[in-house]
Design a protein around this ligand. Structure first.
Ligand SMILES: Nc1ncnc2c1ncn2[C@@H]1O[C@H](COP(=O)(O)OP(=O)(O)O)[C@@H](O)[C@H]1O
Ligand SMILES: [Mg+2]
Length: 342
């Protein structure tokens, strides 16, 4: 028996439009309403959620702070937020030294100190099989002040040494199938035995690359029978059996260039894929939401694209600038209205 995986992903043509803000808003808001949520920070090219949120990394009490991570077995607890910050620095130092000694050497690739999504995605040992894959619990960080049962965060790393190690893989089109396959395994591990689990995915700006891998996964899993990644028809078993409901938001602003770019992109979305894709206009000014459709028409003319004509929207709101603040905000119902069907 497999339950329901309710997924939301946030994509954008440009950076800085609010993907990360909306991802955290969604994850936190639903967690505070009793859902069991995992927030996956897939923006491996930019700011890490570990840099802007009060996160606590998983830890193994029998490991030295600088030891290689034991990704095959469950962690025994969590570091404090301060310890987490220190270990992130240590990770960067150790990796930079190893890369300097031998950039191509195996030592340069060993994940240490705190686990990041990077380590899950790039995990490939010579003896890999499904039984010898990363234990998903090693990836699930805690947010200070929020029960771990309701919210788990999988941050990516924006440490310079990690960018050195990860970017060449991400920007190599030959690896996009490999990365999408790793994402599939990540989701497989998050399928609940029964009931419902929520997964929120933040992606890097621009649609090609990782963002497209997420989108491709979303559309493959949103149909029955689900479409496998590989020609051999393989798909992880629990994922195949799960019910998946996925909404991919293309986030933009009221900026003319942004709306034109969104329009171009949305016109590529096939008819049977449209139910899973929504345009979201972020940072709407007070009062503009009632005439949003008119404002959009003003900017691009009467476009037939149905996705552009019924956008979700989120207001420009000081309350949503919660990055780098000490306390986790209580999300009001009104801020989650965009998740309802348009
Ligand atoms: N609805 C909003 N209201 C107010 N500020 C916002 C809103 N959405 C995003 N911001 C602010 O805009 C900036 C960029 O947002 P961010 O989520 O980091 O964008 P992205 O992840 O797309 O690069 C941040 O400073 C964030 O606080
Ligand atoms: Mg971001």
């Amino acid at each position: 028996m497999s339950g329901l995986l309710r997924c939301y992903s946030f994509h954008s043509v440009k950076g800085g439009v609010g993907k990360s803000t909306l991802s955290v808003l969604t994850a936190l808001g639903l967690a505070q309403r009793g859902a069991q949520v995992t927030l996956v920070d897939m923006d491996l090219t930019g700011t890490s959620l570990a840099d802007v949120l009060p996160l606590e990394a998983p830890a193994w009490e029998d490991l030295e702070p600088s030891a290689a991570l034991a990704l095959l077995r469950p962690p025994t607890g969590f570091l404090s937020h301060e310890e987490t910050r220190d270990r992130m620095e240590l990770r960067d130092e150790l990796a930079s030294e190893a890369i300097e000694r031998d950039p191509e050497g195996a030592e340069a690739l060993v994940p240490r100190c705190v686990p990041f999504l990077n380590d899950f995605l790039l995990f490939a040992t010579p003896d890999w099989d499904e039984q010898r894959d990363v234990d998903i619990r090693t990836m699930l960080w805690r947010m200070q002040g929020v029960p771990h049962e309701s919210l788990r965060v999988v941050p990516s790393s924006a440490l310079p040494s990690d960018l050195d190690r990860t970017l060449p893989v991400i920007f190599d089109e030959n690896h996009s199938g490999f990365l999408e396959g790793r994402l599939e395994y990540l989701l497989e591990a998050l399928v609940p035995g029964q009931g419902e689990a929520v997964v929120v995915v933040d992606t890097p700006p621009t649609i090609p690359g990782l963002s497209r891998a997420v989108l491709s996964l979303a559309l493959r899993l949103s149909r029955e029978p689900k479409r496998p990644l590989a020609d051999d028809g393989f798909m992880p078993e629990r994922l195949r059996a799960a019910r998946v409901e996925w909404t991919a938001f293309l986030v933009g602003s009221m900026d003319l260039q942004d709306i034109r770019a969104a329009n171009r992109w949305l016109s590529q979305v096939g008819e049977e894929e449209r139910p899973h894709v929504r345009f979201l206009v972020n940072r709407i000014q007070e009062g503009d939401e009632h005439q949003l459709q008119e404002l959009l028409k003003d900017r691009i003319g009467h476009e037939p694209n149905p996705l552009l004509n019924a956008p979700a929207h989120v207001k420009d709101d000081r309350m949503l600038r919660f990055f780098r603040s000490a306390a986790v905000p209580a999300i009001p119902d009104s801020a989650l209205g965009f998740l309802e069907e348009g």
